[in-house]
Design a protein around this ligand. Structure first.
Ligand code: DGJ
Length: 562
């Protein structure tokens, strides 16, 4: 059996996708994992087929030991995860300059392969969470060759933050990353266990709005590099509204210093830092891609809003400076939020742009993650959903965890697994309908109890389930239109989730419709196996397509007209 078929836990679903999608792809496709615009959305293509990443990110230090990781892989695979996001660090790859050690990378790839799980490697290099804890010591201590940032008037006495304006650092980082990508290509260009790369981690300057080292001050007082205003001009109508407003408020200049173009404020500082980090990371990414062209992205410690840059890493790709990052290069494929915020949908909306697919390399797991994954892949065609600290539930010390958020995370891991299992089973259909723009996802609570949208000729109202005076507290899932109504004359819908009810009405005035059939069941090997025909109380006497709050159900509905 070819490895591509053995590899994924979605292997059987892969067979189904070939039957379901009219796309030129074969299971033996040898092209490297890549992004492709398909219809309404951008999808991640792995072994020739669209792939939805139901993943999780490891704790920062777990993957530094293959011994530690060994017992975790089968448990992660059984969750079921199809992808693990795992750090690889500059300090362990190049402990002495020019001498590379790829044993850990090879070991992780082979451990993942054994469990048929894919990998996204996180290149923890010059910066992680704004500071420089992951470069090798030969980099950190050579402050003359690799200058440090000056924040709040001095060098930090405890945390080193390397300067993003440093050419020497950029070149050393790019050299190491290129070696890594060369090696991954050699080790994996047939099997595609590694499907994507994150470059650095949550970059940006903490505690100050910008670096005030001599080099940075000089750059700040100089003319803004011409690529940036050129980009602003060319993308004037589609720029992030906050950035556009700032640029327009200062006269829409196409040349001048940072303060002249963007005003003398912390906003200009943030834009300056965004340019510097972007210029750096785009160059490192381009160098890595020249060795092996996998999709690559940068993740973001979210702050934005009215928060002062520096209270979050100043210069990281917040929504308001994504355009600055794009003006500095095209090597990075997209910008991703580390989405822990309660206003999940607001942030998701800001990162899902026509030129930026949504991907969550870090987010909450547990019961919260179990719900939001439906919204992410249903409403935003997210490339992937990956709760952070995914190994927390399986680590040797899991039973002794007392930190409240991790306790909740661990308790809710079964819920997350149930959501992943349900989405996995319908993945081929989901990916096909995403491309047609036919899917909606939702996460309902007492504060946000209903949503409404249109699907072709129909209005669809979704609300928390209720019957005989009882109302569910939460409800989550996704609904999509399937089948070809124009050809068959039959409108068909597929829904997955729990705790909600669906009412569908015709958008054509005077047309009356009702539910012809509602069946629960499951997909096996891409084939629908119906179970109960739902009617009576289970459909509120035919008035609503209901999803039981007790467990996730997969249900199909068809309509009739009268
Ligand atoms: C975000 C970082 O990117 C992760 O590496 C980790 O530090 C988490 N925060 C901790 O919540």
């Amino acid at each position: 059996m070819p490895h591509t078929m053995r590899h994924s836990r979605l292997a059987l679903a892969t067979l189904a996708i070939l039957a379901l999608t009219p796309i030129a792809a074969t299971a033996q496709d040898t092209s490297a994992p890549h992004l492709e615009k398909r219809g309404a959305v951008t999808q991640l293509i792995v072994d020739g087929n669209p792939f939805v990443m139901l993943g999780g990110e490891l704790h920062n230090s777990s993957s530094s030991s293959l011994e530690y990781m060994k017992p975790l892989w089968p448990r992660l695979a059984a969750l079921p995860l199809n992808t693990v996001l795992t750090p690889i660090s500059w300090e362990l790859v190049e402990p002495t300059e020019g001498h590379y050690d790829f044993a850990l990378i090879d070991g992780l790839i082979s451990q993942a392969r054994e469990q048929h799980v894919r990998i996204v490697f996180l290149w923890l290099a010059a910066w992680k969470n704004g500071v420089s804890s992951y470069p090798p010591v030969w980099v950190k201590q050579n402050t003359e060759r690799f200058p440090h940032a000056i924040l709040n008037g001095s060098l930090s006495t405890t945390l080193s933050t390397l300067a993003s304006v440093s050419t020497a650092l950029r070149e050393a980082d790019a050299k190491a990353f290129t070696a890594v990508m060369h090696h991954i290509k050699e080790a994996d260009n047939r099997d595609h266990t590694v499907i994507m790369m994150q470059v650095e981690n949550e970059v940006g300057t903490l505690t100050d709005t910008r670096d005030h080292s001599a080099d940075a001050n000089r750059a700040f007082a100089s003319a803004v590099p011409s690529e940036l205003p050129k980009y602003l001009k060319a993308h004037r109508e589609t720029l992030n509204p906050e950035l556009r407003e700032l640029w327009l408020a200062h006269g829409e200049k196409t040349s001048g210093t940072w303060a002249e173009i963007f005003g003398d404020s912390s906003r200009a500082d943030e834009i300056f830092m965004a340019w510097n980090y972007a210029h750096y990371v785009q160059a490192v990414t381009a160098a890595g891609k020249a060795a092996y062209n996998l999709p690559m992205y940068v993740n973001t410690w979210l702050g934005g809003g009215d928060g002062t840059p520096g209270s979050y890493p100043s210069g990281g790709p917040q929504p308001r400076v994504i355009d600055i990052w794009k003006s500095a290069g095209t090597a990075l494929d997209f910008y991703a939020p580390d989405l822990y915020q309660p206003n999940f949908a607001e942030w998701a909306n800001q990162y899902h742009r026509p030129d930026n697919p949504l991907f969550m390399p870090e987010t909450n797991g547990g019961t919260a993650g179990a719900a939001w994954v439906f919204y992410a892949v249903g409403e935003h065609a997210a490339l992937g959903f990956c709760p952070f600290a995914i190994d927390a539930a399986f680590a040797p010390d899991a039973a002794h965890t007392t930190e409240p958020s991790l306790v909740d995370f661990i308790k809710g891991t079964t819920d997350l697994g149930n959501s992943y299992t349900a989405i996995n089973a319908i993945a081929p259909i989901l990916l096909e309908q995403q491309a047609k723009g036919n899917v909606h996802g939702f996460n309902l609570t007492k504060q946000h109890p209903n949503v409404e949208f249109t699907m072709n000729n129909y209005s669809v109202q979704i609300s928390l389930d209720q019957i005989f005076g009882y109302q569910s507290d939460t409800g989550y899932g996704l609904v999509m239109m399937t089948g070809n109504e124009e050809k068959t004359g039959q409108a068909e819908f597929l829904g997955v989730g729990k705790g909600f009810r669906v009412i569908i009405t015709s958008r054509t005035p005077g047309k009356h419709i009702g539910f012809a059939t509602i069946d629960d069941g499951k997909y096996e090997d891409g084939k629908w196996i119906p179970a109960r025909r739902l009617n009576g109380d289970e459909t509120d006497q035919g008035g609503a397509w209901r999803f039981d709050p007790r467990a996730i159900h997969t249900e199909k509905a068809t309509l009739y007209r009268y």
